[in-house]
Design a protein. Structure first.
Length: 322
């Protein structure tokens, strides 16, 4: 995989590779994405192969602006208000697909809805503009593993034409996914846009549990119990560090314990900083050969807890039995 510095030549090379049906690693404000032309079935098939991703797991489409999104999906009034408030940014909207949207049905896993967002990262936006079409881009990691927040962390992927180095990702967490396909607005995945910012516009978000059986369950492996997983086991809500353990700390709670490596997501207790550090710190701790990683308690969702809900969601899936 060729890693290019963030220069105009890299933008042109990425757009050319996309037009040729190749895969490119692109920086976004959430995590690094593995991009392909969303209209090209073969290129989309290559994404699933490179990630080892189950074919029933649809991809998020990235477009330049609201007009480009509306060419692909029908956005109900509430979705338009969310788009106006949060695009460009880390919010993905799931909405009914337009007939003749032109998107590979493989990218949509055959569904009649699509997940779409307008990213904010200037390099991603420059590639979208130069390419001139929708880019399907899941996270640039093997399916089920930790998401990459630096370009180096994307090296495990084979068959990628090139990568653009955009430095560490601003948010370090995937986008928040909201579904507006049925009578209720549902939070499908907690993410880099905190729930309370969305609820300020929509009122309380529903949860997919108990809603329309089958479809949501199979369309959301980001919602599977085990996902975002390191090799090393995690011990959550740890108030101590035991022999042979490494420590993922928050706000200095585990500072007093002997350990071969303790990384503090945010010594000041800031959840935005913690989110940005989460995947990179888990990678480092995972490489230590520790028996287990003790993870300090992190405030969950509630007023002012912002990204706590999304961070704890990722940690629970990373810790789940496989
Ligand atoms: P990512 O793995 O970050 O690309 O996110 C893809 C996730 O978006 C999937 O795992 C689903 O949870 C969600 N998603 C994509 N398309 C749809 C859809 N049409 N309906 C429901 N969820 C979707
Ligand atoms: Mg992913």
């Amino acid at each position: 995989m060729q890693i290019l510095p963030p220069e105009p030549a890299a933008i042109r090379a990425a757009a050319r590779a996309l037009r040729e049906g190749q895969l490119v690693v692109l920086p976004t404000e959430t995590v690094y994405g593995l991009g392909a032309d969303a209209r090209n079935d073969l290129a989309i098939a290559a994404i699933y192969a490179a990630k080892g991703r189950p074919r029933f797991n649809p991809l998020i489409l990235h477009v330049t602006d609201l007009a480009a999104a509306e060419a692909i999906v029908v956005l109900p009034p509430l979705a338009l208000r969310l788009a106006e408030a949060f695009w460009p940014g880390p919010l993905t909207l799931v909405a009914p697909l337009r007939p003749n949207a032109g998107v590979s049905s493989l990218a949509l896993a055959g569904l009649t809805s699509a997940a779409i967002r307008v990213p904010a990262h200037p390099l991603m936006r420059a590639v979208l503009a130069e390419f001139g079409g929708p880019i399907a881009a899941p996270s640039a990691n093997r399916s089920g593993r930790l998401s990459p927040t630096t370009v180096e962390a994307c090296r495990e992927l084979a068959d990628v034409a090139l990568a653009i180095d955009g430095g560490p990702c601003l948010h370090g967490l995937e986008s928040t996914i909201v579904s507006l396909t049925g009578p209720f607005i549902l939070l499908l995945r907690a993410g880099a846009l905190p729930r309370e910012q969305i609820e300020a516009i929509t009122g309380p978000l529903g949860s997919p549990e108990g809603e329309s059986e089958g479809e949501l369950k199979i369309t959301a492996p980001g919602m599977l119990a085990s996902h975002y997983a390191p090799d090393t086991a995690l011990r959550l809500a740890a108030h101590d560090v035991r022999a042979g353990e490494a420590a993922l700390d928050f706000h200095g709670q585990l500072a007093g314990f002997a350990t071969r490596l303790r990384l503090d997501l945010s010594p000041a207790g800031d959840l935005t900083e913690a989110a940005a550090n989460l995947f990179a710190f888990l990678r480092t701790l995972d490489s230590m050969g520790a028996r287990c990683i003790a993870v300090a308690p992190i405030p969950d969702f509630g007023p002012g807890q912002g990204l706590g809900e999304a961070i704890n969601d990722r940690l629970r899936r990373a810790a789940a039995p496989r």
